[in-house]
Design a protein around this ligand. Structure first.
Ligand SMILES: [Zn+2]
Length: 184
């Protein structure tokens, strides 16, 4: 493992966390912004991702293709409720709806990651493009999936700032899921 990649990966995680924090804070979820992805600093996640550091795409995909499995991802998705995969149990018929605060964190995460990995080629349609190509292939709760897609459609239409508020998120979450965000 190159020492340089350890520092680069550390910088990438800090930059990503900073972007997610800003997004979450705009939506009124400061605590979610602070604790977002903290498990990336555990040895299981940190060293694998530093080893497969790329800079322009997720090291988890590279590790999966190289080794056939990513222990960092298995560790990460089991502990982070903002991932659709956290809520999946292949042996159960029911996939719970992602509660409001994690669903918003999920969207904030994907928006930040799209910016990080696209750099200068970022455009408002990129989150939706990425979602339709890869994101929506996961077998998540249909209402969770509909919420995420609706937000990215609005980002494409009106830009990121339009969706980054608690008022917008609460309204759309209620509309799409029929659940009051207070109960969720
Ligand atoms: Zn995460």
């Amino acid at each position: 493992m190159k020492l340089r990649n350890i520092f680069k990966h550390f910088g990438l995680v800090v930059r990503h966390k900073h972007r997610v924090f800003i997004n979450c804070a705009k939506c009124g979820l400061i605590w979610r912004g602070i604790v977002h992805d903290l498990s990336k600093f555990t040895p299981t996640e940190f060293f694998e991702s530093a080893k497969f550091y790329q800079g322009n795409r997720s090291p988890i995909g590279v590790c999966r293709r190289t080794k056939g499995v990513s222990y960092a991802w298995l560790h990460h998705k089991g502990r982070n409720k903002h991932h659709i995969e956290y809520w999946l149990d292949g042996d159960c018929e029911v996939t719970p709806l992602m509660p409001y605060k994690y669903a918003v964190e999920c969207v904030c995460d994907k928006l930040a990651a799209t910016r990080t990995y696209h750099g200068k080629s970022y455009a408002p349609e990129k989150p939706l493009e990425h979602w339709l190509r890869y994101g929506n292939k996961v077998d998540g709760n249909p209402k969770t999936m509909a919420f995420i897609e609706r937000v990215f459609l609005d980002v494409k239409e009106h830009g990121e700032e339009y969706v980054l508020s608690g008022k917008y998120m609460k309204r759309v979450y209620r509309e799409v899921t029929d659940e009051s965000e207070a109960e969720a």
